[in-house]
Design a protein around this ligand. Structure first.
Ligand code: TYD
Ligand code: MG
Length: 459
């Protein structure tokens, strides 16, 4: 038999309280709370639901807008990825490989929220209070309203949330906590799901934003099967290579903003520092007249990013030459070498080809094709690419260049970084008539890869 319990629903705004109050804390109306008896879900059979139970329909104009107000952050990179700030009651899942910097980034964020908005509860299920204290000291964080709780049982965490009603709750990590009332073993998918559901419910009920940290499994998914991704409002993924300082925070799903936004950070001794001018940083160590280096303009979400593509083509000692790509898609690399051989007539059959995107970046969009192909050709012919040239375009199987999206933005960024000329597919220029393209940069439209090499490589 399942248990029953009482909740108090506001007839004006539909908000749910656990105890009776004269004034609804959400909409401020008096004497509107009414008792409803709800049946606790039968945990032994059904998984815990995410939403609230026993709620009443609310007329749209009566829904208070206040509860949707965001808490904007001063960390602009994080703020943009979140869609403009932290949404009260929203649940954010932050995934990433172990050691990539999730705890560090979240601790920095909690410090800001504690300073500007109110108390924050940081629950660590993996580290002791002392360990977090040491990390905070290292990061120079001394906020009084930041509370650390080292705890693994979800019921106890919920009690603390209920007692404290903080402005923000972090649970690091969701895989390490367990529910005493769940029958399955700790760390299993159903445990992770039940714990996340219980935390989500509490977040929605008290209108508190909850950030859950999830480790990525070997297959690249967060917390086993992607159950959590469906449950939460926002999924952020922190990526980067261990030996590079850059970290990319991507929004994979966002019910409160646009997806595919990227925040760029650098991990250094003072934690995660925001990189506000990433293109400049990526190009800082470039040798302008070296062969095999081309500048691509790729889009990360709505933001253009200039990256250096390096290629090395060298005579192979093996009968089967090697093709190695770092930060580029292997299939596209093979395709581009085939197009260079067949359409441009370069004999790459005895050449080992290595392609690398500088700074540990990854560019998967086809708009980087042309820069990769030009870099390979430049290395093969041992002729540098013109140093003032930014390159963008997709390469087709016939060696034709195909249009890329958001060209004006890409061109603006290239112009801003001092590039005088841009090599782009001709179709974009003729189709648009060139009227919305920036005037500060000379736009050169080319039809084929062959033509691009004629213009792009120094003779
Ligand atoms: P951490 O945030 O613990 O990663 P995660 O929570 O994703 O597992 O970060 C761990 C790494 O970050 C560790 O190798 C040390 C490094 N680090 C810095 O380089 N600078 C710093 O200021 C801090 C706190 C950590
Ligand atoms: Mg951690």
């Amino acid at each position: 038999m399942s248990k029953t319990k009482s909740q108090y629903v506001c007839s004006a705004c539909g908000g749910i309280q656990m105890k009776w109050m004269g004034k609804c804390p959400e909409c401020g109306e008096w004497n509107t709370l009414e008792e409803v008896v709800v049946r606790a879900p039968d945990k032994s059979r059904t998984p815990m639901p995410i939403g609230v139970t026993g709620s009443h329909p609310v007329a749209l104009p009566h829904i208070s807008q206040e509860s949707m107000a965001r808490l904007p952050l001063k960390m602009v990179e994080l703020n943009r990825v979140l869609g403009g700030g932290i949404v009260p009651g929203g649940c954010v899942l932050v995934g990433g490989d172990p050691g990539i910097g999730k705890s560090t980034l979240l601790l920095q964020m909690t410090a800001e929220v504690a300073k500007n908005y109110g108390p924050v509860l940081y629950v660590s299920a993996e580290e002791s209070v002392h360990q977090i204290g040491r990390r905070a000291a290292r990061l120079g964080i001394k906020e009084e309203r930041l509370f650390i709780l080292s705890e693994i049982e979800v019921e106890h965490i919920l009690e603390q949330i209920e007692a404290m009603k903080p402005m923000l709750v972090i649970v690091d990590s969701i895989q390490a906590i367990y529910s005493g009332s769940s029958t399955s073993a700790a760390g299993t998918v159903s445990q992770v799901r039940d714990c996340a559901a219980a935390l989500l419910r509490a977040g929605k009920q008290y209108n508190i934003p909850i950030f859950l940290v999830g480790h990525v499994t070997k297959e690249g998914t967060i917390a086993g099967p992607r159950v959590l991704e469906h449950m939460v409002d926002v999924v952020l993924q922190l990526e980067g290579e261990r030996f590079h300082a850059f970290r990319l925070l991507r929004s994979v799903k966002n019910r409160f903003g646009s997806t595919n936004e990227v925040g760029i950070f650098e991990m250094n001794e003072s934690g995660m520092t925001e990189v506000l001018n990433p293109s400049e940083l990526f190009l800082a160590e470039r040798l302008p007249n070296a062969s095999g280096s081309a500048i691509a303009v790729s889009m990360e979400g709505t933001r253009p990013l200039l990256v250096e593509v390096q290629a090395l083509s060298s005579h192979s000692a093996f009968s089967q030459p090697r093709r190695t790509g770092n930060g580029v898609d292997m299939n596209r690399l093979l395709l581009l070498t085939a197009v260079l051989s067949k359409r441009v007539g370069m004999d790459l059959s005895d050449q080992d080809i290595f392609v690398n995107i500088v700074g540990g970046m990854r560019v998967d969009e086809p708009a980087a094709d042309l820069a990769v192909a030009v870099a390979i050709a430049s290395s093969y012919r041992n002729k540098p690419v013109c140093a003032d040239l930014a390159i963008m375009g997709e390469v087709g199987l016939s060696g034709e260049l195909r249009s890329v999206g958001q060209l004006p933005r890409r061109l603006h960024e290239a112009a801003e970084l001092g590039f005088a000329r841009a090599l782009v597919p001709r179709s974009v220029v003729t189709r648009k008539g060139g009227e919305d393209l920036p005037k500060e940069i000379e736009v050169i439209g080319v039809r084929t890869l062959w033509d691009a090499l004629e213009i792009g490589l120094i003779k």
